[in-house]
Design a protein around this ligand. Sequence first.
Ligand code: PLP
Length: 482
Amino acid sequence: MTSPQRPRLAPADDLSAASEIDISAAIAPLLEQRYRSPIVRPSTAVDVASLIDESFPRDGQALEPLIEQITDAVDRYPRRNTHPGFFGWVAPSGLPSDPLAHAMTSALNANIIGYWSSPVGTTIEKSVVRWLAELVGLPSRAEGILLSGGSLSNLSAIASALSKRCGPGYRERGLGSFDADSRPVILCSAATHFSVRTAAAVLGLGTDAIIAIETDDAFRMRADRLSEALQQRQNVACVVATAGTTNTGAIDPLEEIATLCRQYDCWLHVDAALGGGGLMSAELRPRYRGIEMADSVVLDLHKWFFQSLSGSLLLYRDADWARQLFLETSDYLPTLEESVPEQHAFFHLAPELSRRFRALPFYLAMRCYGIERLGRNALHNVQCAEYLAELIRDHEDLELIVEPQLCILCFRFRPAGPDDLEIDRINSEIRDRIQLEGHYLMSATRVHGRPVLRVCIINHATRAEHIDGLLCSVLRIGQSLL
Ligand SMILES: Cc1ncc(COP(=O)(O)O)c(C=O)c1O
């Protein structure tokens, strides 16, 4: 009798060589670049492609020259969000503790689905959720999840509000039982971030379901107009208030809005994706009064909590509505009982299953710096904005368009003489030339239909000298254009 042949397995092709590279040495040149000028250098897609090996990577090559190639490419054609003179859009500066924390996150490669997939990761994320829920002032039963960004957090919160508004059957039948007139709507100010419109489109409400409530002179939602809208409509899925609008940093009157929402039994979602970092400062916290009454709140860690990309915390006062919508089971997953901590799962709170260990960099930063110290940095940003506002007010050739309510202000170079169109042209030119000089960067926006210079100060490394330098450049370039 012949003995059965043992199956043979070819040896594996070992991929571990890359791990021999010293990570801190490899990223040191990138860290050195962070504060270098220019902040951006103009390029065409062809310029950049010429520095990147775009050929199909059939065979491998050594990692060192590749790292060098990418390090050189981003230095040659940078967009340094890290730079203390970067005042554009809403770009996170990142914290000094982040590179190490992100390397740890990758080394560990935990998948934070729930306790069973990562006991330590889940425990750490739950701590982060608890700390920030406490900062907001939500009750201890509040729950939350770290998502990829404010857009997904807003969408998940609005979906949960719909789950409550539509009641049992929404998960199965969606909006099928509603006709056009009874379909739920979302009330929010005209200054609300566009991700709320996207959420309405994705959730099948359609963007027509967004009812824009008028704002006051400071771009805050008018509570009297909201009250009228709530009186007129039975079909409100939620009110979305903003704590730190993208354009001007306005904070809606949260307390008045929350009181109205309670009166009409209506879900209040607060988008504090941009402005939420100010909650870390005891001095700034009173500006958010009323946020503690919200049903859901979004805080983007990768905005004004100074964290590197990416992490956005979605908090629910009562996660039952989210759970009714997102709770899923599968033959391939263990059965999970929410009340048992060892069975906690995050995917019952939002539409993400596999998730990076987003809480680790934040956990380390919070423990390393402490909330009060980070809060002092957020306060300093606001003080920089107020200082800049004062310099602008004091200068006859400058016009403050919107007073800073947090870390954003809008202004124009506006000397006597040129007409409005000429002023528009000069301000666009100032913005472009400052960008070309490379030490500062502002983005453009429109306020009351007119182009303005927008300054967003959310970098912990920004100092008075950067504010002074920016203003000197604006005046020097502005005067040269007259
Ligand atoms: C107020 C506000 N909400 C939501 C978002 C969307 O956040 P993300 O870019 O993280 O998706 C932004 C982006 O700037 C924002 O300013």
